[in-house]
Write a protein that binds this ligand. Structure first.
Ligand code: ACO
Length: 424
């Protein structure tokens, strides 16, 4: 192990240097405070490695994304979502036998307890499906005990993956006032979700292969993205030994915000707003560039990618194909194309490396698939589920794991005395 030297308050310290498999280098400062009395400050964690992880590798400068070493471009064209779940969680692509068993588990645990159906009655009809998803996932912990051993942990993992899609589809049915549609065991993971979303008792829904393929791709592309806001939340919450369901529920809430998973909904709302305002998209580009305006172009920019987001590249092609096959003629798409063209040429965006991100295209695709806008972030959550689970499991199985507890630099008042009120 190599070390680096650092001088703090005139005192020289040697700090260990940790090198990852892709030569990513980190200075281990875990003993810094003990040895020098100071901490590091990195608001937003842009320069802080919070853990060592063997799940996903990203190189934002080069536009690289790999799950367990496999390039996302290969994963996206050769696998089905349950295989990716298995890969992320357990580290290897499943053998045929492992895949059959895993898929059967996902099929046979799809139903939620009948009592849980009653919970849906209590939500307001206008409830955002993310509120329903996060609270229902937390509620699963009241039905299934926290895992004591590997077998119980694996069972809870399968339960969560299987039931989340049922909860998601039921939350949609609740919002449109339709009866819940039960899963069918002969359908695949993605087919079952679309069936529960779009079938009505009078008319079973034949899942169009083009939508099945598109959903499979969307879920795979969202499956993991290392230490983002929601995944780090899952690890943070799970570090106190909180159970799987409650930890993932926290991740769902972290994903909800418009600067993270909520962006795909915001993209469509922004495009619709531009159309409603007369379609002058250039006005909105100028607003996004104006330092005095808080407006940002939703679906552009990324903390890590300073190159084209590889997921966005794949989705852009798929969006063109799916929209072509479905014969969708969407005015929002026209505006989206104009914005994309400008952002790829305009100096403001080029100099800041603000490329369209995955949410820019996923919103457009979900809309073409008939998924309502307020379900977009739920779709992201379904895709991200295996990534969250993989990180939760990796953290829990790490023998060196400890509760996450960052430090801070206090900037409040110095010590002062209370002056009691005259009358209380
Ligand atoms: N529109 C206009 N300007 C932007 C945008 C945008 N979408 N994004 C960043 N900028 C500008 C900033 O104003 C800043 O300019 P400056 O250097 O002149 O001050 C510069 O680009 C860098 O931006 P930061 O805010 O420092 O970048 P950060 O890494 O903190 O934020 C984020 C990344 C949150 C994704 C941001 O680009 C953003 O708000 N994008 C829109 C929301 C969005 O699409 N989120 C989805 C992210 S992808 C995902 O979660 C899967």
């Amino acid at each position: 192990m190599s070390v680096t030297k650092m001088a703090i308050n005139g005192k020289e310290l040697e700090l260990p240097v940790i090198v990852g498999t892709e030569d990513e280098t980190g200075i281990d400062i875990s003993q810094l405070r003990k040895r020098s009395g100071v901490v590091t400050l990195d608001t937003g964690y842009g320069n802080t490695g919070s853990c060592q992880s063997a799940i996903t590798f990203i190189n934002g400068e080069k536009g690289i994304l790999r799950y367990r070493g496999y390039p996302i471009e290969q994963i996206a064209t050769t696998t089905r979502f349950p295989e990716v779940c298995y890969l992320l969680i357990y580290g290897e692509l499943p053998t045929q036998e492992q895949y059959t068993e895993f898929r059967e588990g996902l099929t046979h645990h799809t139903l939620i307890h009948e009592d849980m159906k009653k919970f849906f009655e209590g939500y307001a009809i206008t409830a955002h499906p993310m509120a329903i998803l996060s609270s229902m996932v937390a509620a699963l912990s009241s039905y299934y005990e926290a895992a004591e051993d590997d077998e119980a942990m694996n069972l809870n993992i399968v339960r969560l993956l299987a039931k989340a899609k049922t909860i998601a589809a039921f939350s949609y049915k609740k919002s449109v006032g339709q009866p819940f549609v039960y899963p069918q065991n002969h359908l695949s993971y993605t087919q079952n979700f679309l069936h529960m979303m779009f079938s009505v008792p009078a008319e079973p829904y034949e899942v169009p292969p083009v939508l099945d393929e598109a959903l499979n791709l969307l879920l795979i592309l969202h499956a993991d993205h290392e230490q983002n806001c929601s995944t780090s939340t899952v690890r943070m919450v799970g570090s106190s030994e909180t159970n799987l369901f409650a930890s993932i529920s926290a991740g769902i809430n972290a994903l909800w915000g418009p600067l993270h998973g909520g962006a795909n909904q915001k993209v469509i709302e922004m495009l619709q707003h531009i159309i409603d305002d007369g379609g002058d998209y250039k006005k909105y580009v100028d607003m996004a560039k104006d330092k005095d305006s808080p407006f940002r172009l939703m679906g552009f920019g990324h903390r890590v990618y300073k190159n084209y987001d590889p997921r966005a590249k794949i989705l852009k092609e798929s969006a063109d194909q799916v929209l072509g096959q479905l014969g969708v003629d969407d005015p929002l798409l026209e505006i989206a194309k104009h914005l994309e063209e400008i952002a790829l040429e305009d100096d403001y965006f080029v100099s800041r490396k603000l490329y369209p991100n995955v949410d820019f295209y996923s919103g457009i695709l979900y809309r073409a698939m008939g998924i309502p806008t307020n379900m977009f972030t739920v779709m992201f959550a379904l895709g991200r589920l295996p990534g969250w689970i993989a990180h939760w499991r990796e953290m829990r199985l790490d023998p060196a794991g400890r509760i996450h507890r960052p430090r801070q630099i206090y900037t409040g008042p110095k010590m002062r005395d209370v002056v009691a009120l005259a009358e209380r």
